[in-house]
Design a protein around this ligand. Structure first.
Ligand SMILES: Nc1ncnc2c1ncn2[C@@H]1O[C@H](COP(=O)(O)OP(=O)(O)OP(=O)(O)O)[C@@H](O)[C@H]1O
Ligand SMILES: [Mg+2]
Length: 576
């Protein structure tokens, strides 16, 4: 992303706030004016009060100084507070866009980066952009204007002295510029470290139990130590570069003031400069120190903001564009056909699926069986277009799904995934996730049909019970039944069911079987089967081995015709 692109985006984000930004510039102008008048007022103060001993001005000038200082203070406050709200507003816009893009990105993209990295983008990176917005506008306008005002006072008081002081300014900015470039680079590295730390922490929370049982607390402490050490080193580095401007700037200032006193002294001796002009000049120059310094370090903040923008904007831009969003598929019968489908994950070289042909009849129950890693879940993922096949066609009711919008396809599909995915919310909200408009009666009905009602009613808060992160407060069987209830509520024509491999007691097993039977009645069902009762119920079974279909038929046909199925059936299915 080039600098020009970033400027364009910057304009885009700020364009709705131009009025407020303009207002803050107006107040910056007041800051500049009042600061310069403070410096200027020392001239008449010395001349009229101390030299000429004018009694009226002895009251008026101090009063004017009080007014100038308070104007400066109030204007600065107003300019800042306007920009704080603009910055926060822009930050929210970027967060929303980034979130939208992350939440709608395809699975392939999400597989590539750990959620910790995305978390870091959404928090720290966005803050850096906010700082870019507020600080650049405020500092650039306020400090530039103040500097112009103060320079005018300096030139007004004595142009020779002013020229002398001016020579020093470019020196300071050269030093600051090289610092800014370094900052951009270090800041990128720091953010990477930050992302790694977040990633690490999320994994620790998720795998808490595993850490305990394998007694890896020390191992994790060690790893944490490394992460925190790296984090420490980076933050120290960045902070040290940041403060590196101080010695340069202070030395320059010293040189300037020392040189100035010498130069001013020679002017006074030649009668080219009087004492009141000199003090006013000196005040202006001292007051100029702060804006020069902040302008010199401004580049640092800008570079940090730009490197954050470089990380975030491409993600926002990559928001998945559904080319076919206008074309809606019409699903009547719900029959699904795979024609010569091949597929590979983008991070792997080999085809995971090789020339798959399937006929999943509408309204019927079709099963996939096969060894772990054979590619069953992968086949299922192609139907809602989670991934796109590299070769071949998938049709639903004779329509090529690649020509239709994700929305219209997914609207017709319900999914119960292999690893039940639940939210840390109430039972009720978890069930109605598939249909936010569902009434309480519908929710209760779905829970009864999926045998959830019996365990829900035993809970102290019933349907309002919070189930914890991914449902930790529920048993495995309860989680499965809850996800079946959720799928039931959607009432979609097509049901994809990736049976959990965990074995359950025979009573729960039969309840889940009954729930599945109710769920799939009259629906097109594709189930990845691990249970005997499921395969026996199936109208057709496809045996998948190493990404290929090696046999199909019903249970009894396959027992007769397919050696592999027979073997598989005896070894895998019956053991559950
Ligand atoms: N997101 C992914 N990225 C890369 N490779 C993947 C991804 N998901 C699965 N694979 C690989 O694809 C192959 C097929 O996986 P798949 O999940 O389809 O197997 P499966 O038949 O469902 O197995 P199981 O019965 O254990 O669930 C495996 O070798 C797996 O390592
Ligand atoms: Mg699987």
């Amino acid at each position: 992303m080039s600098g020009l692109d970033i400027i364009k985006r910057y304009k885009n984000y700020t364009k709705n706030f131009l009025g407020k930004i303009f207002l803050s510039i107006l107040f910056s102008l007041l800051v500049a004016g009042s600061t310069s008048s403070i410096a200027y007022l020392l001239d008449p103060a010395i001349e009229k009060i101390f030299i000429e001993k004018n009694k009226t001005l002895m009251l008026l000038i101090p009063l004017a100084i009080v007014i100038a200082f308070s104007t400066k203070g109030f204007s600065l406050y107003i300019a800042r507070s306007i920009l704080i709200s603009v910055g926060a507003e822009i930050r929210k816009i970027i967060q929303k866009q980034l979130f939208k893009s992350i939440v709608s990105s395809d699975l392939e993209t999400m597989d590539k980066k750990h959620s910790g990295k995305y978390t870091a983008h959404l928090t720290t990176d966005v803050s850096m952009i906010e700082t870019l917005v507020t600080d650049t506008i405020l500092l650039m306008t306020k400090d530039t204007l103040t500097l112009i005002g103060l320079l005018s006072v300096m030139f007004y008081q004595n142009w020779k002295l002013a020229l002398f002081a001016l020579i020093m300014i470019p020196l300071a900015s050269v030093a600051a510029k090289s610092l800014g470039k370094r900052m951009g680079k270090i800041s990128t590295q720091t953010m990477e470290t930050y992302g790694n730390v977040t990633t690490f922490l999320l994994e620790i929370f998720k795998n808490h139990k595993i850490i305990k049982i394998f007694q890896r607390e020390n191992h994790e402490n060690q790893r944490a130590d490394n992460y925190f050490e790296e984090f420490k080193n980076r933050t120290v580095k960045i902070a040290k570069v940041m403060i590196r401007t101080a010695p340069i700037m202070e030395t320059l200032t010293g040189l300037m003031i020392g040189g100035l006193i010498y130069f001013a002294g020679s002017l006074v001796m030649d009668d080219q400069l009087s004492i009141n002009n000199f003090f006013s000049f000196l005040a202006a120059m001292m007051l100029a120190y702060q804006p020069v310094r902040s302008l010199a370090t401004l580049n640092i903040g800008i570079q940090q903001g730009i490197s954050a923008a470089r990380r975030i904007l491409p993600i926002i831009d990559s928001e998945l564009k559904d080319k076919n969003y206008r074309n809606n598929i019409k699903i009547t019968n719900g029959s699904i056909v795979f024609e010569n489908i091949s597929f590979k994950y983008s991070n792997k070289d080999l085809d995971i699926l090789k020339n798959i042909n399937l006929k999943i009849e509408g309204g019927k129950f079709t099963a996939l069986v096969g060894h772990s890693g054979a590619g069953k879940t992968t086949i299922m993922n192609l139907i809602p277009r989670f991934y796109e096949p590299s070769k071949g066609e998938i049709k639903i009711d004779d329509q090529l799904i690649k020509n239709f919008s994700f929305d219209s396809i997914r609207k017709n599909i319900s999914l119960v995934s292999q690893d039940t995915s639940l939210f840390d919310d109430t039972i009720k909200n978890n069930i109605k996730y598939s249909d936010l408009d569902a009434s309480d009666e519908e929710i209760i009905q779905a829970s009864k049909l999926s045998y959830c009602d019996e365990f829900i009613s035993k809970m102290p808060d019933g349907y309002e019970t919070i189930i914890g992160e991914n449902g930790v407060r529920l048993s495995g069987g309860e989680k499965q039944r809850l996800s079946i209830a959720r799928a039931m509520l959607k009432k979609s024509k097509i049901i994809l069911l990736d049976e959990a491999t965990s074995s359950l007691d025979s009573e729960t097993e039969s309840k889940i079987q009954k729930a599945i039977n109710t769920l799939t009645e009259g629906k097109t069902t594709l189930v990845i089967a691990h249970r005997l009762s499921t395969v026996i119920n199936s109208n057709r079974i496809y045996v998948i081995d190493d990404g290929k279909v090696i046999a199909n038929g019903n249970h009894y046909e396959l027992l007769k015709n397919s050696e592999l199925y027979k073997n598989f059936y005896e070894k895998q299915i019956t053991k559950n």
